[in-house]
Each structure stands twice: as structure tokens, then as C-alpha cells.
Design a protein around this ligand. Structure first.
Ligand code: UD1
Ligand code: CA
Length: 488
């Protein structure tokens, strides 16, 4: 970016209803690749280095505004949907008010829609360069399709300049045959804020058309240009759920291709979804059906097994997550193995070389290096020291029906299978817990706790028990019938 650049302000039109989504959620809040559509527009504006971002809201305004809270955008309410020209006017008025005469004169204004998440910041960057290089007063982003039905058509004059834009419902058959269309993205100089007040609503729809700005600029003898998209998909919007799924698929392919270029192996990328905020290092392998969400970070050499879902988690180098695991809000140390069928819940912090096996659930649990919990355990609100072995079926009973209680288990502890640690509990380093214990007292360092009923063997029990129902045993349990016979 060059130093002489004029400031850029962005107006995002997002007041429309989107009836065909058939949804309680405003159209622009439907997520694509993990981000509401309108947030994609805000992100693009930020990446362009926008000074001010104004979002024009109307339908579902409270929800739309709430979703963008804290992102430094200004909102302009459009109380009635009177058309794109009117929406823009609402936005530009708020922009002028927020600038209070400061530097408004020499800024460029970019108009985006809140429902075109595929638009690449690089495309906008190129458009901005072109706009400035040509000294254009108004640059219109256009695309070309064999059939541009639904879009306003670009009608060029004999010199090849844009003479006007004709809306679908105002178009003659010849105009309808034109493939070049208006994307709805514009770059304009600061006069737009004055000219927009001159837009009328004398047309087939009785709407205020933002496209009328073209005629207003031309009438002033100003330079207006088109900047043509190489890929018309970039300005694809979604009118219904089918359209939404198409946007999702295109964005998914784009994100996946970027990761593959960056050295990530995706086994069957059509079935892998990676949200936009996820960071993946080189030589990570993702098996089919993997879903990566939120602020997830995967270090080099990580493997995520088939159908696993990882959300807002950090996985250090060479971690292996096996199939069908669910990992959320967790930090997993280098070289750890998790799954198959494991569940790491928020606040799970695993040191290096930890092993979590099938049907093990952790929550708010710190497991130091080398801890092993191979099978069937619940570890909640607990700290476990290094190298401790958690036997199959271990339960940390952290909940008393009202409150959660924390427990601390030392390093080098051996917890026998099927033990219950009743919280709050402290278990010293290098202690033993006998299998099947219900641990209701703290255990000192190095001690062995046996907390279970004493075993009593009752001789001859089976012969008496089964002997009382020989006929039934004969029918159902032939081996046992033979055994009974041999006891005579
Ligand atoms: C508009 C253009 C058309 C272009 C098309 C690209 C006009 C008159 N026509 O069509 O040339 O091909 O976009 O998609 O501008 N919005 C508001 N308030 C309103 C009306 C719309 O905020 O009162 C917002 C919508 O939420 C949407 C955007 O503006 O994000 C475009 O609205 P839409 O109705 O889809 O545009 P069209 O008029 O069909
Ligand atoms: Ca439209």
C-alpha cells in the first residue's frame, strides 16, 4: 500500500429481509463457513484498511447490530426498505455525521452488500487500484454470465463506456440478452454523499435505485468505469437455503484449496469443513469427515481422524486425534494421543504425551505429561500429575447435585479400574487406589487406599443355586447342566 492513499469508507447494505430463507434469523446473519454473511463483508472492509465501516440495518436490525458489536462498525437504521439508493443514503448520512466534516472531502466510498460472502479482498484491492489509477469518480464492479437473469444489466454506449444500468424488471428483451451485469459493488468519490440525495423513485418498482448514481455522475461530466470480475461467482448471493449451501460449498473448496497449497493433507476434501479462523501448520493430515471450527490451531504433524470435530482448541505438534472424537476448548500437548470416541470439553489442558482412549470425557481438567486414561472415564474439575495411570472406568464424582468440587491427584499415581474419586479429594503423589474403590477420604503420598467391601467366598453356592432348577438349566445352559452332573 502506498502512503498517498486517500482514506476509504465502506457502506454495507444489509437491511433487506430475505423472505425466501424462510427463517427467524435475518438473512445476513446466516453463517457461511462459520461466519455470518454480513461479517464477511465487514472482514473484507477491514482487510482493505477501511477508515469507517457503516452497516445499514433494517430487517432484524437489533440482531444484526448485536452480532457485529465490538467490531468498531457504525450502524445506520433504514426504517423502511425503499430501495438500494435509499439504503445508501441512510448509510452515507450517518457516515457524514460521524466524520463531522473531518476529511470527508477526499475519501473514497466503497459499497458492499451484506449477503455476498465470496467476494475476495484481493478483488476489491485490485478494483480500488484501478479506480484510483484511472482517476475514476465512480467504478462499478461488473461480471459476465451467459444468463444474467435477476441482475441489473450493464448497457454500454458506442465508446464502450457504461451508458446505464437497467434493472431486470425494467429491461427490454434485447437488454435482457446482455450478459454483463451489475454486481452492486461500487467505488465512488465523496460527491456520492451529495448526488445520492438527487436519486428519485420514478421506475417500475417505485424504488430508489442506487444505480441512478451512474447517470448523476455522467451528467456532471465525471469519469465512470466498470471493473470486470474474472470470476462472477464472487458476487453470488444467497436468496434461499439452496443458495446458502452453494455459497458454503464454494467457500469450503476455496478454504480447503488454500490449506492444501500450504502443505496440509486433506483426505477427501469435499467432506472436510474448515472454518475461516482455523490455523493449520504444514504436514497436518485430516481424514474424511473432519470438521474444524472457531479459533482452532493445529501444529505441524497433527493428524485428525475421520469424523472428528475440533472447536476452539490448540493441538501441539504431532498430536493424533483418532476417529469420532469431539474436542472443544482444549489445549493438547505435543505427541498426545486422543480417541477414538473421546470427548475433551472446555478447560481440558493436556501436557505432552498424554494418552486419552475411547469413551473418556475430560472437562476443566489438567492432565500433566504422560498421564494415561485409556478407557471409559470421566475426569471433571481435576488436576492430575505426570505419569498417573487412570484405570478403566474411573469416575471423578465432581458434582453433589448443586455444586461442583475440585480434586487434585498427584503424579505417578496408579488408579485401579472402576474407582470413584468423590470430590473434593486430594490424592498424594505415587499413591495407589485399589480397583473398585469409592475414595471418600484423602490419600497420603505413597499410600495404598482400599475403599471397597471385603470379599467373602461362599462355598458350594452354585451347586445349591442351579441344583434347585435342574430342568431349566438342562434346557437353556447345557454346559452348566454337565458341570452340575459332575458335582454328584
Ligand atoms: C441490486 C441492483 C442490481 C444488481 C443487484 C446485484 C439496484 C437498483 N439494483 O438489485 O443492479 O444487479 O443489486 O445483486 O440497486 N437493501 C437494503 N435496503 C433496501 C433494499 C436493499 O439494505 O431498501 C440491501 C439488501 O439487503 C441487499 C442489497 O441491498 O444486501 C441489494 O438488495 P437487492 O434487493 O438484492 O438488490 P436488487 O434491487 O435486486
Ligand atoms: Ca439481489
Amino acid at each position: 500500500m502506498t502512503a498517498y492513499r486517500r482514506p476509504l469508507d465502506v457502506v454495507i447494505l444489509a437491511a433487506g429481509q430475505g423472505t425466501r430463507m424462510n427463517s427467524a434469523l435475518p438473512k445476513v446473519l446466516h453463517p457461511v463457513a462459520g461466519r455470518p454473511m454480513v461479517a464477511w463483508a465487514v472482514k473484507a472492509a477491514r482487510e482493505l484498511g477501511a477508515r469507517n465501516v457503516v452497516v445499514v440495518t433494517g430487517h432484524g436490525a437489533e440482531k444484526v447490530e448485536a452480532s457485529l458489536e465490538g467490531q468498531g462498525v457504525v450502524f445506520a437504521r433504514q426504517e423502511q426498505r425503499l430501495g438500494t439508493g435509499h439504503a445508501f443514503l441512510c448509510g452515507i448520512d450517518v457516515l457524514a455525521a460521524s466524520l463531522q466534516g473531518n476529511g470527508h472531502e477526499n475519501a473514497d466510498v466503497l459499497v458492499l452488500y451484506g449477503d455476498t460472502p465470496l467476494l475476495r479482498p484481493q478483488t476489491l484491492e485490485a478494483m480500488l487500484e484501478d479506480h484510483r489509477a484511472r482517476g475514476s469518480a465512480l467504478t462499478i464492479l461488473t461480471g459476465e454470465l451467459l444468463d444474467a437473469t435477476g441482475y441489473g444489466r450493464i448497457i454500454r454506449d458506442a465508446q464502450g463506456d457504461i451508458a446505464h444500468i437497467v434493472e431486470q424488471k425494467d429491461a427490454t428483451p434485447e437488454e435482457e440478452a446482455v450478459g454483463e451485469f451489475n454486481s452492486g459493488v461500487y467505488l465512488m468519490d465523496s460527491r456520492a454523499s451529495v448526488l445520492a440525495h438527487c436519486i428519485g423513485n420514478d421506475n417500475a418498482a417505485g424504488e430508489y435505485y442506487l444505480t441512478d448514481l451512474l447517470g448523476l455522475y455522467r451528467a456532471e461530466g465525471e469519469a465512470t468505469h466498470a471493473f470486470k470480475l474474472a470470476d462472477p461467482d464472487e458476487v453470488m448471493g444467497a436468496n434461499d437455503r439452496t443458495g446458502l449451501a452453494e455459497l458454503e460449498a464454494i467457500l469450503r473448496r476455496r478454504i480447503n484449496a488454500d490449506h492444501m497449497r500450504a502443505g496440509v493433507t486433506l483426505q477427501d476434501p469435499e467432506r472436510i469443513s474448515i472454518e475461516d479462523g482455523v490455523q493449520i501448520a504444514r504436514d497436518v493430515t485430516l481424514e474424511p469427515g473432519v470438521i474444524l471450527r472457531g479459533q482452532t490451531v493445529l501444529a505441524g504433524g497433527v493428524t485428525i481422524g475421520a469424523y472428528s470435530i475440533v472447536t476452539d482448541s490448540v493441538l501441539e505438534a504431532d498430536v493424533v486425534v483418532k476417529a469420532h472424537s469431539v474436542v472443544e476448548g482444549a489445549h493438547v500437548g505435543a505427541g498426545s494421543h486422543v480417541g477414538p470416541f473421546a470427548r475433551l470439553r472446555p478447560g481440558s489442558v493436556l501436557g505432552a504425551g498424554v494418552h486419552i482412549g475411547n469413551f473418556v470425557e475430560t472437562k476443566n481438567a489438567r492432565l500433566d505429561a504422560g498421564v494415561k486414561a485409556g478407557h471409559l472415564a470421566y475426569l471433571g474439575d481435576v488436576q492430575i500429575g505426570a505419569e498417573t495411570n487412570v484405570g478403566a472406568g474411573t469416575i471423578v464424582a465432581n458434582y453433589d447435585g448443586i455444586n461442583k468440587h475440585p480434586s487434585v491427584i498427584g503424579a505417578g499415581v496408579f488408579i485401579g479400574s472402576n474407582s470413584t474419586i468423590i470430590a473434593p479429594r486430594t490424592v498424594g503423589d505415587a499413591a495407589f487406589i485399589a480397583a473398585g474403590s469409592a475414595v471418600h477420604d484423602d490419600i497420603p503420598e505413597g499410600a495404598m487406599a482400599v475403599a471397597r467391601g471385603k470379599q467373602r467366598n461362599i462355598e458350594g453356592w452354585s451347586k445349591r443355586y442351579w441344583g434347585g432348577m435342574r430342568d431349566k438349566v438342562q434346557k437353556k445352559l447345557p454346559w452348566l447342566a454337565g458341570w452340575l452332573e459332575r458335582q454328584e
